[in-house]
Design a protein around this ligand. Structure first.
Ligand code: NAG
Ligand code: NAG
Ligand code: NAG
Ligand code: NAG
Ligand code: NAG
Ligand code: NAG
Ligand code: NAG
Ligand code: NAG
Ligand code: NAG
Ligand code: NAG
Ligand code: NAG
Ligand code: NAG
Length: 830
């Protein structure tokens, strides 16, 4: 009888090969879908656990006892659209949990009553569109006490007998649906009085037996139905008799009456409407896909339908728009609350139509290929004082301004739906009635300028899927009550900065083209609660990170589509990374933190530097270096010819003093001619600062002799002397330095601060003081040759060469190990 009920289940399927083709099995193994596999037999290896089995659209012809024997958990079995002509009576004996069974559109020649015997839990049974020739329900139906939906019958049923439905007379059904052959031939009074159901669907054509309808309606008198539906009431011929076949409708309580398909002429429509005029209680009338035509000799003078009072009148999918004024008037609209004229191909609204719609609260004219100017005729009286909702989506309207003119006087209008039209450019402002709060404009080729023509009273604005590239903030700054703004799937390239709105609560921005968004983007939207902004080409940087963390931590705002649709688009290395996993780190992003850390680090470095300076006399070094440079500058001109006071300055440690005094000095100073040597304990000027002494005497000596020994290495002062020797020698590769190794000091033994000495030891050959007496003369020859001839002029300053042991005391003795080496002291890198 009726077309199949298409409830779609969204379940993940695993493809599993079963013996007879690939049935799809969901991951919980509860639902096996074997539909459309050309199966001739029920697969044998279906899991015992299956609860729902779909075998529709196959070529099964026979159901055998063993087919479902093991499927004791089966609750839903769909055998529709097969060619089943025989079913073993005990095929479902073990499937006692079965609730829904469909045998729709098969070739059964007998109602399978025996089969149903064990199915005490059956709720939904569809066995219509089969070839049995009787609508007599078997006694088995008395036991199906949970039955809710029953569909049966088929093209072979010619007559309905009085006792056909007796077995279900005590069952409260939700839906009773019966199909008969193309034109019913017989109806025995009383049959339908047995039926108790909420919805009743007739798939009964009365082409040749219209008289049956009054009988049927009479049997239904005093009953209540939520929905009464007639399908193909007149399948091939128009009703031409004069009898009022619908007069019985007055006595039935029906909420919603539907005519689906079937032939209608103006007279049949008149009969229907006339019978549901007041005082009928029908609230909804639906005329769906009916085939309307006016009779050739139609009669303009008939009675008018003026008192039809309906909640909803739906005229949908009717190819002939004449149905709208079937009796040449529009008076039947005058008491309709919600009028739906959907897909009816009308393209013109005469003035009198508007006149009869004054009680309309909503007008739904979707899907009609209408242009705005088909609706708007300035000469008509267009006042619809009650209308609140206008839905003209899915038409071909282009001019928003024309629509605004049409609505100018609809003073109660609050909802306008113009989605799926062709509304685009506009360069004029528009005037709207003052109560419009909801405006739906999605799926239009909108442009920036559209805002010029939008009402300022809006609370809800949907402009999704509309190719908008930017927002006219001039408009958005003026709509003070806007609460919901849907802008998804546009091409918006940037979020305006400083977007201010006190009212905005919901903002949908997903699927646009902006990549930059930052923490402050929405800070002037204090009421914002729901935000969606996924599927944008995000530039994953600190701003974005800040935005995400701030938004997620803000208790007021829900980022509804987080994290599913948020991906990085820039930079290259992050493309397609989920933003959820993008974590640039605090250091990289927190400017405050970076500044704080830099300041702290700088402060620490400065403090350390200051401490080191203080500790290692750096100011003094600077001064000393300065002096050296100055003295170098002074003596620049007389470079090599300059005169020195001493042939050599001897740097040694306190422990080597004896050797210097008793071996080195006599040997050199008593040679002929004598060398003039400087040693601190004898030649330093008493009373002068020791460092100055060192510097001056090094400056005044042609060579500097370092007497290397372990104690030298341990002496801080000696290191100073090395330092000054080095300073003096900058650029001279230590030419003036003579290293006398008195005790073997290995490079490894040298503390780090003696890096200068290391450098020298590596770069220069040094003289080793041989302990073997025989080799000592050679040492002296070597030393003297390095010192050069003693006859080279040095200016005598005998008066300075006075030893004053009393002044140069132990503490100030330059090259003395004053204490045991303090190893923590390091020489600063100059
Ligand atoms: C049976 O399958 C058909 C086609 O797949 C479907 O339209 C119908 O709703 C199904 N019926 C039941 C009871 O599952
Ligand atoms: C259905 O089965 C019958 C035989 O039982 C066969 O004659 C008929 O052609 C089949 N119909 C279809 C559509 O396969
Ligand atoms: C099923 O049961 C009916 C009535 O008891 C009987 O007439 C019919 O032959 C049985 N069919 C089969 C296939 O057993
Ligand atoms: C089975 O029947 C119940 C009761 O009418 C219904 O709610 C449910 O949707 C049905 N299941 C299917 C798959 O048709
Ligand atoms: C029933 O199935 C046949 C094919 O077997 C198909 O031609 C027919 O349209 C179907 N009937 C309905 C009402 O779907
Ligand atoms: C209905 O079909 C049965 C066989 O299935 C046949 O005996 C009976 O005469 C038919 N009845 C009518 C009214 O066609
Ligand atoms: C059962 O009937 C009710 C009422 O008409 C309907 O809402 C429901 O979808 C039906 N269930 C099935 C599975 O057909
Ligand atoms: C219509 O409803 C009224 C009360 O709302 C009730 O008294 C009357 O009987 C109903 N008429 C029918 C035909 O159901
Ligand atoms: C025209 O209407 C009149 C009065 O309603 C009626 O008597 C007459 O039969 C109608 N003619 C046709 C052709 O319907
Ligand atoms: C509509 O109802 C009013 C009063 O309820 C009545 O005067 C008028 O005749 C009715 N119109 C028709 C066409 O029945
Ligand atoms: C208008 O009609 C269309 C098509 O039937 C429907 O989808 C939509 O929900 C209706 N709108 C209103 C507001 O009733
Ligand atoms: C925000 O979204 C939630 C969840 O979708 C919803 O329940 C709530 O009503 C929305 N809030 C507003 C103001 O729309």
């Amino acid at each position: 009888m009726v077309e199949p009920n298409g409830s779609t289940l969204f379940i993940c399927f695993l493809i599993v090969n079963l013996a007879e083709g690939a049935c799809k099995i969901d991951i919980w193994k509860k639902f096996v879908d074997c539909s459309r596999l050309n199966l001739e037999q029920v697969p044998t290896d279906i899991s015992h656990d299956v609860e729902k089995l779909d075998l529709s659209y196959n070529i099964l012809t026979k159901i055998k006892k063993e087919d479902f024997y093991h499927l004791s958990n089966l609750r839903i079995l769909n055998l529709s659209y097969n060619n089943i002509s025989s079913i073993d009576n005990d095929s479902l004996n073990t499937n006692i949990l079965l609730e829904n069974l469909s045998l729709f559109n098969n070739s059964l020649t007998e109602m399978p009553s025996e089969l149903l015997e064990p199915l005490k839990n059956l709720k939904v049974l569809d066995m219509s569109n089969n070839f049995y020739n009787s609508s007599t329900l078997g006694n088995v139906f008395k036991k199906l006490v949970y039955l809710k939906n029953l569909s049966f019958g088929g093209p072979m049923i010619k007559t309905i007998l009085k006792d056909d439905f007796v077995p279900i007379q005590d069952i409260e059904l939700e839906r009773f649906a019966l199909k008969t052959q193309s034109s019913l031939e017989g109806y025995e009074v009383g049959a339908f009085s047995m039926v108790n159901t909420r919805d009743i669907w007739f798939d009964i054509a009365l082409d040749k037996y219209a008289d049956a309808l009054p009988l049927i309606l009479k049997d239904l008198a005093e009953k209540s139905f939520e929905n009464m539906r007639f399908r193909n009431l007149f399948e091939f011929t128009y009703y031409t008799e004069s009898m009022d076949i619908f007069s019985g409708l007055k006595y039935i309580h029906v909420d919603s009456l539907t005519f689906y398909r079937g032939k209608f002429n103006e007279y049949l429509l008149y009969l229907v409407l006339n019978n549901i005029e007041k005082p009928s209680n029908i609230s909804d009338l639906l005329l769906l896909s009916v085939d309307f035509a006016r009779s050739p000799n139609s009669n303009k003078t008939g009675e008018r339908i003026e008192n039809l009072s309906l909640e909803n009148l739906v005229i949908q999918d009717v190819t002939n728009p004449d149905i709208l004024r079937f009796d040449w008037t529009f008076t039947w609209f005058s008491n309709i609350r919600n009028l739906h004229i959907v897909n009816v191909n009308f393209n013109f609204v005469p003035c009198d139509a508007w006149n009869h719609m004054t009680k309309l609260e909503s007008l739904n004219i979707t899907g009609n290929r209408l242009l705005a100017r088909y609706l708007y005729n300035p000469t008509c009286q267009l006042s619809l004082p009650a209308i609140k909702m206008f839905n003209a989506s899915d038409n071909t309207m282009t001019s928003l301004r024309t629509i605004s003119l049409l609505m100018a006087t609809w003073s109660n209008l609050s909802v306008v739906d113009l989605s799926f039209n062709n509304i685009g450019s506009i360069n004029e402002s528009c005037i709207w009635p003052s109560k419009i709060t909801t405006f739906i404009l999605h799926d239009n080729p909108l442009i920036y300028d559209i805002s010029l023509c939008l009402p300022l009273t809006l609370e809800y604005l949907d402009m999704s899927n509309s190719q908008l590239e930017r927002l006219n903030m001039n408009y958005f700054n003026q709509v003070n009550n806007l609460r919901v703004l849907i802008l998804r799937n546009n091409k918006i390239k940037f979020i305006p900065t400083g977007w201010k709105s006190l009212s905005l609560e919901v903002l949908a921005l997903e699927g646009n083209s902006f990549g930059v968004i930052d923490g402050g983007s929405f800070k002037y939207l204090p009421s914002l609660r729901n935000l969606t902004a996924g599927n944008n080409p995000y530039y994953c940087n600190c701003d974005l990170y800040a935005f995400i963390t701030e938004t997620l931590s803000d208790k007021n705002i829900s980022l509804l589509d987080w994290p599913g649709s948020y991906y990085c688009y820039h930079p290259q290395n992050l493309v397609d990374t989920k933003i959820e996993y993008f974590n640039p780190g605090k250091l990289q992003c927190d400017v405050g933190l970076v500044v704080a850390i830099s300041v702290a680090v700088t402060a620490v470095v400065v403090i350390i530097c200051m401490m080191l300076c203080w500790k290692y006399n750096v100011p003094w070094y600077l001064r000393a270096t300065c002096q050296i440079i100055r003295s170098k500058y002074r003596s620049k001109n007389s470079e090599d010819n300059r005169e020195f006071v001493y042939h050599a300055f001897i740097s040694y440690s306190y422990l080597d003093a004896d050797w210097v005094r008793e071996v080195l000095l006599p040997r050199l100073e008593n040679s002929t001619p004598p060398y003039r040597l400087c040693i601190h304990e004898r030649d330093f000027l008493p009373g002068r600062w020791i460092i100055d002494n060192i510097i001056d005497n090094i400056e005044n000596s042609r060579k500097i002799i370092f007497v290397l020994s372990r104690s030298f290495v341990n002496s801080e002062w000696c290191n100073y002397e090395l330092y000054f020797a080095h300073q003096r020698n900058i650029g001279h590769a230590f030419e003036d330095v003579i290293l006398v190794v008195k005790e073997n000091v290995s490079l490894e033994d040298l503390p780090k601060r003696f890096y200068r000495l290391r450098k020298m030891l590596k770069a220069k050959t040094y003289l080793e003081w041989p302990s073997d007496q025989k080799r000592q003369p050679f040492f002296w020859v070597q030393l003297k040759s390095i010192l050069g001839g003693a006859n080279q002029t040095v200016t005598g300053q005998d008066n300075l060469s006075v030893i004053s042991e009393t002044v140069v005391d132990r503490q100030t003795d330059p090259c003395v190990v004053s204490t045991v080496t303090n190893s923590s002291q390091t020489f600063p890198v100059s």
